[in-house]
Design a protein around this ligand. Sequence first.
Ligand code: SAM
Length: 527
Amino acid sequence: MSLNFEDWKKEFLLDADRMGLTDRSDDNLRNIYNEYLSDDGGFPSSDDDDSMEVESGEDKSDGDVGDLSIWYSENMEELVGNLFENPKKIEIMKNGEKKERGHVLDDNEKKSITAIIGTGLSPDKLYKLLNSINGSANSGFKNPVAFGISIMHRYASTQERKKIIEAVRQYIQNHQGGFFFSKKKTRKKRQKKTRKKKKKKKQTREKKKQTRKKKDIKFTDTSYPYRNISNQEAINDFLALKKIVQGTINPRSISGNKTVDWGTEKARRKTKYRNKSFIEMWDNKERRKKMLEFAKRLKKKQPKRSIVSSIRSAIDLQWGTVNTMRAAAAAQMYKKYGATRVLDFTAGWGARMIAAMALDIDYIGIDTNKALIPGYNKIIKLLKPYTKSKVKMIWKEAQKVDYSKLGKYDYVFTSPPYEYLEAYENMTNYENKGSKIKQPSSSQKIKIDDSAKFYDEFLVPTLKKAYKHLPKNKFICLNMPDIMYDKIKKRWKGVTKKETYEIIKRTGGPVGKDRRGKELIFCWKKR
Ligand SMILES: C[S@@+](CC[C@H](N)C(=O)[O-])C[C@H]1O[C@@H](n2cnc3c(N)ncnc32)[C@H](O)[C@@H]1O
C-alpha cells in the first residue's frame, strides 16, 4: 500500500536534511512523491511482453524472472546514459510535463555510480537503484546517490544495501577521504574545509561539462560522423555488459557495442565494401550529397532524431553495413561452451575480446589488420581496471601462427571474413597475390567454386592447425554464411552441431522465411 501525499511528506521531510534537499515547496515535493509512486509501477511486469526481448537459441531464460532481468539489462544502458547526460537535458515526466533536471551529477557522484554498477547487484535491483538516483537528481536532491541508497530497503536486502554502501564508501575513501557517509564530520565543518577545493573543482567541472556536452552535428559538416563516445561511456557500456553476462544472456543485447566502437570504429570505416570504404564514399562529394538528401528525409520523418543519427542510418541503408558481432552473443557462446581461454583467429573489431574481458576469461586474438593495434591497445588499457582477463594479441596471418606455442586454449570462436565481400585493410588477396582484391557486388554473386585459394591457403589450414592443438571434446565454432560452410566441408569435414546466431541485418546474410536475421554458428568437436 502506498502512503498518501501528506503522510509521505511527513516521513520524507525527516530525511530531507541529510539528503540536502533545498526546494521543499509543495510543488517540488509533489513531483518527488510522483516519482516515488511510479518507482515500482514504472517497471515492467512479467506479462509486459512488448518491452521484452524473448531470446531464442538453447540458452532460454528460465521463466519470468529471467525475462525481467533481460528487460532491466536492456534498459540499463539508456538509464545509465540518462544519469550521465548533458546537464541541460529536459526530462519528459510520466504525466507529460516537461522539466529541467534539478541537480546535475558531479564527477564524484558519477564515479560512485560506476562503483555501484561494478558491485554485481542483480539487474532488476540495480535498475531500481539507478532509477531512484536518477529521479532524485531530476527532483533537485543535492545528494541523489545517498537518497537512492536510503530507499533500497524497498526492494533489496540489508546485506545488498550494505554492499552498495561499502562500494561507494570505498570509492570515496580512495578518492576523497570520506564524503557521503562520514558521520564524524558535520556538514558545516566539511564545507569550511573544502570550500577552496570545491571552488577549484567546480571550475574544472564546468570545463569538463563543456567538453562533455554532446552537440549535434550539422548537415553541412564535412567530417565523417563517427560515434562520439566518451571514455566514461565506453566503461559504463562494458560494465553493463559485465553485469549482463553474469545472468542468462540475451544474445541480442547491444551492450558492449559502444566499447567496440570507442576503440575501433575509425578503423572499421576503412573496410571496403563494393570496392569503396565509407570514408572514400564520404569523401566523394556527389555520393555524400545523395546520401545526405536521404538523411534529411529520414530526419523529416523522425524529427526527434538527431542529425548525426539520421546520417549514420542513411549511410548504413545506402552504402551497406560493415558488421560487427555483438559481444553479448560471443559471451553467451563462451559460457555455453565453458571457455576459460578463447582463441579467436580473425579477431576483427574487438567484440569477442570485450566479451571475454566481461567474463574475466582469457583471450588470444589473431588478426592481420595492424591498423587495429592502437584501437585494441586503447580498449585493453581502458578496461584493465575492470577485468581479470589476460589478453594476448598476435598481429599476423592466422595460417602462419605456430599454435603449439600459444599455450592451452579450450574454445575457438570467430567470425571469419566472408571471402572478399568485405575487404579489410592489410588483407591478402589469395586468388591473385599482390594484386588488388576484386570484390563481389553482392553476397548473391558468391558461388560454390569461387575463391578456392581463400579456403585452400588460409581458412582450412588455419582450422586444421587450431583443431590440432585443441584439447579433446572442446569445440571450434565459426559464425559464417552457409555457403562458406559448404566449401569448408568439401575440403575438411562436417560439423558436430549447428547453433543459431540471431543477427539484426548482415550484408550477405541468409534469406528465406525462417532464416531472415538468423545465421548459423558451425561447431566442430575435437575427437
Ligand atoms: C572483421 S572479421 C569479420 C567480421 C564479420 N563480418 C562479423 O560479423 O563480425 C574478419 C577479420 O579477419 C581478419 N583477417 C583476414 N584475413 C586474415 C588472416 N589470414 N589471418 C588473420 N586475420 C585475418 C580481418 O583483418 C578482419 O579483421
